[in-house]
Design a protein around this ligand. Structure first.
Ligand code: AMP
Length: 593
């Protein structure tokens, strides 16, 4: 069916045809006939990028009574960016509808200006919950004639803690209104809202419930935690035309990864809550117009960033709440394009992949991290591709060509190509020559973990003792150790007992049920560049001789481990005069790219 057959009136048809909407998208096919002909509540499960703005926007406009000056439609969205995007779309749809005023109301801009705009007349208000609540409290808006409320990205609004604002705002709207709720996922809280705010809502699901977008391929790379950043760089180098959001868990991590990427010469920047609004706008604009290839962001900061042609979404760390993965991956593969969602995981996090698969009802593919040579090959062919497709300014180049051809006459074509490509490529080859294999040999690693965990000693109260190669020489404090454990085992609450710090080691008593989890969580991690070892302690705390023996053995092991790991990295000969890819300065990298 086309838009006309679905019941869209002429003046809207004209506008959307001009916008390039030829045929309805699935969510529009389902939602439009219902909302155009029935006064009903609606719960629609649809991902961002599926065309849901038009699915609620077109009926909202078509149902307006343009004779009355009252505000009749209130659309709530979680972020300022999304709010502005929706308002912009609605203004475009209603281009030929006289008297259809759309006003956006959001935080971070003058409330007085917004008050004036609303009071001039707003048939439709698109708002973020915090700001509209404020305006309601100050009686700047009158919501008593509202006929339709749209809760867009309801799951995100709840995630961001807007529940109380939503309650207060909806209280001001008449009971007779219709509520249309759009959400990408259906966690319990959204289901409760649907029940609380709505009357017998019609339910519509586009695609599978809680599923990821259909044209997204999901894959993961298994690495040691310490190699996460190197793996990210490999992925970026292996995909020279990457245009991606890299999701991190915290603001600090976001900033660290972005700073490292910038230092290494990539077109990247950070987007997180510590930036001011103008700084955020600046970064987002640079990313939107592709001045940035990679945006490193927290989940909250990336909300509302509407970019539809990402090649990749990268989970630098998987989110704590698995539902969040759906939002992240849904940012690629939009509007009929294909996209790749990548997770960089360590052994301990691998089980999360299974959980996500169950939610998105799709399988992940485990991919090997490309070797240095594979990266080089990819870059090489990319360079050749660029040579093939570069715009040549014949008029300006031709005057010099004769002389140059003469000078290079002695070379055949192949030699010429070799030389031209080498100008850019040599540095790349040097950096990646001898680059280590970052892939985790899963079986061997599991064995190593089992060995460390084998002899956990439990006491009567069920506590087990662990030993870690950090001591007061490393300026380690009990609080810091507890923090490190909590940080790595964030999905479990672990009881921690006595912490006994000596010069080079620390004994820690932990809940025996989680001792092995902790050992696994620390496996492959490093502290200030030094490999961390956490393993089951063999000795009881009071037994001095046994403890001395253990310390001696552990010291030996610590030294061996350190030696082994320094070889695991880039070989020394390579290090001496050639920096590792992650040590390259911006200037180096630019030359090499
Ligand atoms: P949304 O999910 O509303 O953010 O829409 C995602 C993108 O698809 C936006 O850029 C819309 O302008 C575009 N879009 C929505 N409906 C259609 C359609 N029927 N045909 C072509 N593009 C559309």
């Amino acid at each position: 069916m086309n838009f006309e057959e679905l019941g869209i009136e002429d003046r809207l048809l004209r506008a959307i045809t001009e916008m390039g909407f030829e045929k309805p998208m699935p969510v529009q096919e389902q939602v439009l006939p219902l909302l155009l002909t029935h006064e009903t509540d609606l719960v629609a499960l649809a991902q961002t990028g599926t065309g849901k703005t038009a699915a609620f926007g077109l009926p909202a406009i078509q149902r307006l009574d343009l004779q009355s000056p009252a505000t009749e439609v209130l659309i709530l969205s979680p972020t300022r960016e999304l709010c502005l995007q929706i308002a912009k779309d609605l203004k475009q749809y209603s281009k030929y509808v006289d008297g259809c005023s759309v006003v956006a109301v959001y935080g971070g801009a003058s409330i007085d200006v917004q008050k004036k705009e609303v009071q001039k007349g707003a048939k439709i208000i698109v708002a973020t919950p915090g700001r509209i609540h404020d305006m309601v409290r100050r009686r700047f808006v009158d919501l008593s004639q509202v006929k339709v409320t749209v809760l867009d990205e309801a799951d995100e609004m709840l995630d961001m803690g807007f529940k109380d604002d939503l309650d207060a705002i909806l209280e001001q709207t008449p009971d007779t209104k219709n509520t249309w709720l759009f959400s990408a996922t259906m966690p319990d809280e959204v289901a409760r809202i649907a029940k609380g705010y709505m009357n017998n809502p019609q339910e519509i699901t586009v695609g599978t419930r809680n599923s990821g977008a259909q044209n997204v391929k999901h894959c993961y790379y298994l690495v040691q935690a310490k190699d996460r950043y190197l793996a990210l760089k490999r992925i970026a180098d292996y995909n020279p035309n990457i245009y991606a959001i890299i999701f991190c868990r915290t603001r600090t991590e976001t900033q660290e990864v972005a700073t490292a990427l910038i230092r290494d010469g990539y077109n990247a920047d950070a987007l997180h809550g510590d930036l001011s609004q103008p700084q955020r706008d600046h970064v987002m604009n640079r990313f939107r117009c592709k001045n940035l290839q990679m945006l490193v962001a927290t989940d909250v900061a990336a909300r509302g960033l509407d970019v539809s042609n990402l090649t990749h979404v990268i989970n630098y760390n998987l989110p704590d709440e698995i539902e969040v993965y759906t939002h992240r991956s849904g940012r690629t593969g939009r509007a009929d394009k294909t996209g790749i969602s990548i997770a960089i995981v360590n052994l301990r996090e691998k089980h999360k992949i299974k959980k996500i698969e169950a939610i998105i009802k799709k399988k992940f593919e485990q991919l090997p991290i490309p070797t240095g040579m594979e990266v080089c090959q990819k870059q090489f062919f990319n360079m050749i591709h660029r040579v093939e497709h570069v715009d040549v300014n014949y008029d300006e180049i031709n005057p010099f060509i004769g002389e140059v051809v003469k000078q290079l006459e002695w070379m055949d074509k192949e030699e010429l190509i070799r030389r031209f490509v080498s100008i850019e490529f040599n540095r790349f080859l040097e950096y990646y020559r001898n680059a280590p294999d970052l892939n985790v040999k899963e079986k061997e690693e599991r064995k190593a973990i089992e060995k460390k965990a084998k002899s956990t000693v439990h006491d009567d109260s069920g506590m087990a003792r662990l030993i870690i190669n950090l001591g007061y020489k490393d300026k380690i404090q009990p609080q810091r150790l507890i923090g490190m454990i909590n940080d790595r085992c964030r999905d479990t609450k672990i009881k921690i007992g006595k912490i006994d710090i000596s010069e080079l080691f620390t004994y820690i008593d932990v809940d025996g049920n989680y001792a092995n989890d902790i050992i696994e969580a620390f496996h492959g991690e490093s502290y200030r560049g030094r490999p961390l070892i956490v393993q089951a302690a063999k000795s009881k705390r009071k037994d001095k001789d046994e403890r001395r023996r253990e310390e001696k053995e552990f010291r030996k092991q610590r030294n061996e481990h350190q030696q082994r790991n320094s070889h695991d990295d880039y070989p020394r000969s390579h290090k001496k005069d050639k920096k590792r890819p992650d040590e390259r300065s911006r200037g180096d990298r630019k030359k090499h790219r």
